[in-house]
Ligand binder design. Structure first.
Ligand code: CA
Length: 228
């Protein structure tokens, strides 16, 4: 699980880095607001620790922009300011929680686990994993900005995998969603269509670096996730 820290105070970053790594999180850092926003838009983080007072772009603006772009990565605001007003502004901007500096690492870890335990907020219209985006309103799928034409079956299979991303999806669930509960496989249909889908999403027809996202779990089904 990777946490993005957007914070300009190097001392705080160093403490957070050591602490979070000790808790087995991977850590990515941006020292100013613009870089932070760029990273948050490009990568799929488990959580973002976001300072409010930042060079180039402040934390509230970043938070607002991410939410407007339908990116629902949990955000914990880190703020030196502690007034009621700032707290309200932070939460209105779309943050999940906030911590007032100085804070203890144990308190931070507790807040992080609490936020990560909450059900994932995902937009019903747009699902984004790494550079793969499904826009349900437009019925479009793209990877790294390149549109991927899918058949209706492939689209349904991808929809089920994306809606359950990070979790093993059983073969029967995929068949139920794409063909219906009464369907009985006769010619290995699921594997055939998953193969087509993989070729389009992860394979050579895709012009990106082709980091595989769809993985087989032998005897169970499939999972869509960035790293396995
Ligand atoms: Ca700061």
């Amino acid at each position: 699980m990777t946490i993005l820290i957007i914070e300009d105070e190097k001392k705080i970053v160093d403490i957070l880095k050591i602490g979070l790594k000790g808790q087995r999180y991977s850590v990515d850092v941006a020292y100013d607001g613009e870089e932070g926003l760029e990273r948050a838009l490009k990568n799929d983080y488990a959580l973002i620790l976001l300072d409010i007072m930042l060079p180039k772009k402040d934390g509230l603006a970043i938070c607002k922009e991410l939410r407007e772009r339908e990116i629902h990565t949990p955000i914990i605001m880190l703020t030196a300011r502690g007034s009621e007003e700032d707290r309200v502004i932070g939460l209105t901007a779309g943050a999940d929680d906030y911590l007032i500096k100085p804070f203890g690492l144990n308190e931070l870890f507790a807040r992080i686990s609490a936020v990560l335990r909450r059900p994932k907020k995902t937009s019903s219209e747009i699902i984004k994993i790494a550079d793969l985006i499904m826009d349900k309103k437009k019925h479009e799928v793209s990877r790294a900005g390149v549109l991927i034409p899918l058949t209706p079956k492939e689209y349904k299979l991808l929809d089920t995998l994306l809606s359950n991303h990070g979790e093993a999806v059983k073969r029967r669930k995929l068949i139920d969603d794409a063909w219906g509960p009464d369907f009985k496989e006769t010619n290995n249909e699921l594997n055939v269509h998953i193969k087509y889908l993989r070729n389009k999403v992860d394979g050579k027809t895709n012009k990106t670096k082709n980091k595989p996202l769809i993985h087989t779990i032998r005897g169970v089904g499939f999972v869509l996730k960035e790293k396995i």
